[in-house]
Design a protein around this ligand. Structure first.
Ligand SMILES: CC(C)(COP(=O)(O)OP(=O)(O)OC[C@H]1O[C@@H](n2cnc3c(N)ncnc32)[C@H](O)[C@@H]1OP(=O)(O)O)[C@@H](O)C(=O)NCCC(=O)NCCS
Length: 166
């Protein structure tokens, strides 16, 4: 199996009934989830292995920027390329929504995101709208690393099987 294209996982838009399983996954992975509501799920993707939810990621759009948040892969599904696939899929969805720049905060996964072309920035460089999101303002510790990635326009990006159906 190509570890960067795990075939057994389906990446799909989140459904309302995914809210509790996503919260459970975020809890397992040590990520904040107190603020997560059904409204957020419009911009969330999930990964399923059969009926089991084993991955999630979302964006919170603020104009033509968005906060990438809640990237999580179940511990027993990590290291098979699923995190990479979720990042690629949410970037593609963001492009389709007209997002030009993604921002994120992370306490543990900065090297992972650096491998995916996110650069570290000062917290002050976060746009005001992003800083005011619940996740950035309240849930992420001030020690979290802030990162940014400008997105190339859709036309510049070849579609991949990671994003089909998403
Ligand atoms: C970060 C995370 C989503 C990666 O998922 P994954 O499915 O294991 O990722 P992939 O299989 O696509 O990539 C694995 C690669 O990333 C690296 N990696 C994974 N997590 C990492 C971390 N926290 N720090 C540094 N590198 C990391 C692995 O070492 C591996 O590197 P390799 O390809 O050189 O062997 C997963 O580890 C996770 O859910 N962590 C807990 C939650 C978290 O920190 N989320 C990010 C906060 S926004």
């Amino acid at each position: 199996m190509d570890r960067h294209r795990p075939s057994s996982f389906a990446v799909q838009r989140a459904e309302p009934e995914d809210l509790d399983p996503i919260r459970g996954l975020l809890e397992t992975c040590g990520l904040p989830h107190d603020d997560l509501t059904l409204a957020h799920l419009n911009y969330f993707l999930v990964a399923r292995d059969g009926i089991r939810l084993c991955g999630a990621v979302g964006i919170e759009p603020c104009g033509d920027a968005a906060l990438l948040r809640s990237l999580a892969v179940a511990p027993d599904a990590q290291g098979q390329g699923l995190g990479t696939r979720l990042v690629e899929a949410i970037e593609q969805r963001a492009r389709q929504k007209g997002i030009r720049t993604l921002y994120l905060l992370t306490t543990t996964a900065a090297p992972f995101f650096r491998d995916h072309e996110y650069e570290t920035i000062e917290r002050e460089a976060l746009p005001e709208d992003i800083r005011r999101t619940e996740e950035a303002a309240r849930l992420c510790p001030s020690s979290a690393v802030c990162m940014r990635k400008p997105l190339r326009a859709s036309a510049e990006v070849a579609d991949t099987d990671a994003t089909h159906g998403v």
